[in-house]
Design a protein around this ligand. Structure first.
Ligand SMILES: Cc1ncc(CNC=O)c(N)n1
Length: 238
């Protein structure tokens, strides 16, 4: 039996909000990357956009089994049955997304079957694979899922804000992740992650509680690093 002790009277705010303050530099690096800023100001090189599109299709194909693994963890470990439904809706959206990638690639004359995964992409996909292991706690995995989605949501929403000069032919791409419903999905994921992380913060006597909290923070930071590298790769910096 798990022994738990909730610390009362201690409230440092929500864990993720604390991390966002603590790691704001790297978070901004991932969500306001020069590639995103160039889309927003209309100076983006279409070669960079096309490179991103082809590589991201490969990434998303690997992302599907990762999300499936989070779904399994939610089913096994979550204290709230609605988590499974939230993740299932996310998976359903990925089904549409894969079809969208195929249509978008055809529009740009990109042959998806010929795309060779870039080293940076392979590293990120291997990282996802490491998070699929059963030993990785649900709390850690859902934190990663939130972070991965949030970076895209914040990045592409920025390209749609008033005053942005995003080229018309790229607006649909920005809409895909920058739209309100996707923003809502990310907020729901963050709430789930916060709920799980806060439970850990309170569970002083649960064995390894601080360990899982640390693991989740490290995974959050790794996601941000991989996202920055992914943008860099698309610009041809690596
Ligand atoms: C590299 C990367 N990060 C996050 C996302 C957004 N999630 C699913 O589409 C993505 N497509 N690609």
């Amino acid at each position: 039996m798990e022994v738990k002790k909730k610390v009362v009277g201690v409230d440092n705010g929500e864990v993720i909000e604390q991390w966002l303050r603590k790691h704001s530099l790297i978070y901004t690096g991932a969500t306001r990357h020069p590639l995103i800023l160039s889309i927003r100001d209309g100076t983006v090189h279409l070669s960079a956009f096309k490179k991103w599109l082809g590589q991201d299709y490969i990434f998303v194909r690997a992302f599907v089994p990762f999300v499936a693994s989070v779904l399994i963890k939610a089913w096994k470990e979550s204290d709230d049955i609605s988590d499974v439904e939230v993740i299932l809706k996310g998976m359903a959206a990925l089904n549409d997304e894969i079809e969208w990638f195929k249509r978008e690639a055809a529009k740009w004359n990109i042959e998806l079957s010929n795309i060779v995964p870039h080293k940076t992409n392979e590293r990120y996909c291997r990282f996802l694979e490491s998070l699929m292991r059963p030993e990785v706690e649900y709390t850690v995995a859902i934190t990663a899922l939130w972070a991965i989605e949030a970076v895209y949501q914040e990045s592409f929403a920025h390209c749609l804000e008033d005053g942005s000069k995003t080229p018309p032919e790229l607006r649909e791409t920005c809409q895909r992740w920058g739209n309100e419903a996707f923003g809502q999905y990310c907020t729901t994921l963050r709430n789930i992650a916060n709920r799980r992380l806060e439970r850990l913060s309170g569970d002083l006597l649960t064995e390894g509680y601080d360990n899982v909290l640390k693991q989740a923070e490290v995974v959050f930071l790794r996601v941000l690093e991989y996202e920055v590298e992914f943008w860099n790769m698309s610009r041809g910096d690596s």
